[in-house]
Design a protein around this ligand. Sequence first.
Ligand code: 13P
Ligand code: SF4
Length: 361
Amino acid sequence: MADGFAGFEFTPEVEAQTRPLWEKVKARVTPLEWRLQAPLIAAINRLKVEKNAVILAHNYMTPEIFHGVGDYVGDSLGLAREAAKCDAKIIVQAGVHFMAETSKILAPNKTVLIPDLLAGCSLASSITGADVRLIKQRYPGIPVVTYVNTTAEVKAETDICCTSANAVQVVEHVAREWGVDRVILIPDEFLARNVARQTDIKIIAWAGRCEVHERFTAADILELKAAYPGAEILAHPECPADVLEVSDFAGSTAAMSDYVLTRKPKQVVLITECSMADNVAGDAPETEFLGPCNLCPHMKRISLENIYEALLHDRYEVKVETGMADRARLAVQRMIDMPPLAIPARYDLFKARHHVDIELI
Ligand code: 13P
Ligand code: SF4
């Protein structure tokens, strides 16, 4: 813990206030860590009330953030929906920069803070607004679907956004609306390949990658299956297609969480960022979480310490230029306005089709 927080003490009062939260994290957090974290959690929760703030925490936040201070927790689609409807004055985004920009786009009159401005994303930095303008010149009349893991500048050039939870649905919706059989789906090549196997719409894609999910291989999964034959393997759609092919289920972080909480498998492996398993474990005591995970260095920039500082000093404010925000909002709002999707998105169809060509720009 940083020196500046040395004054926070684990008093009996703090212990009592945070006891229900400790129950959620104690499988993954040591008592020694909790004695340092609990006073800060209590201070953050006090500050939130004083400042009329909410914390939107992504599923990849560490458990003390996710269970300790998150007011709304979930996948990027869920957090975007929450930003659009919450009535707090301040939103603190416990996630990465594109998520904070999405909140600002949807809630232009609220103050949106991110505790570390360097919390980026390899997908968001793989493409610029100028790239999208060139793509549109090359493919006139073809709708552009952009993954939310992009900057506001890219969203502003977009017809409609999607997340990993609704990508197939968005692609089919926009193809139907425009009367076309091809859609541009950028910037995640693997998501695009995985979507292509679940629809008859032709996909034009960009070669962006998530630096966390691209590292999983099919060989990793086969090794896990041999080691734990009873374990169910759930993978995020940002993984390569051959990883999904040998997994038991693919879905967004919220879909993975729902799968575990509703089906209660005895053993599970979550092929995604490491904190996911730590967080779901807090609500799924009957499930054993096994196997490898990869850390997202960007998500891991967010800590209790910098969330506290963000609230105390109103920093770092995320702003999006008004014209750009107005254009980006149309794309995000079209996505939000679509009906909620039941999971999973045609994973059976994905499994049945072994290869589907996409056009890589
Ligand atoms: P979700 O939309 O599934 O939460 O994913 C966001 C993300 O950044 C995954 O790497
Ligand atoms: Fe971006 Fe991948 Fe990190 Fe998600 S896990 S924020 S897609 S780098």
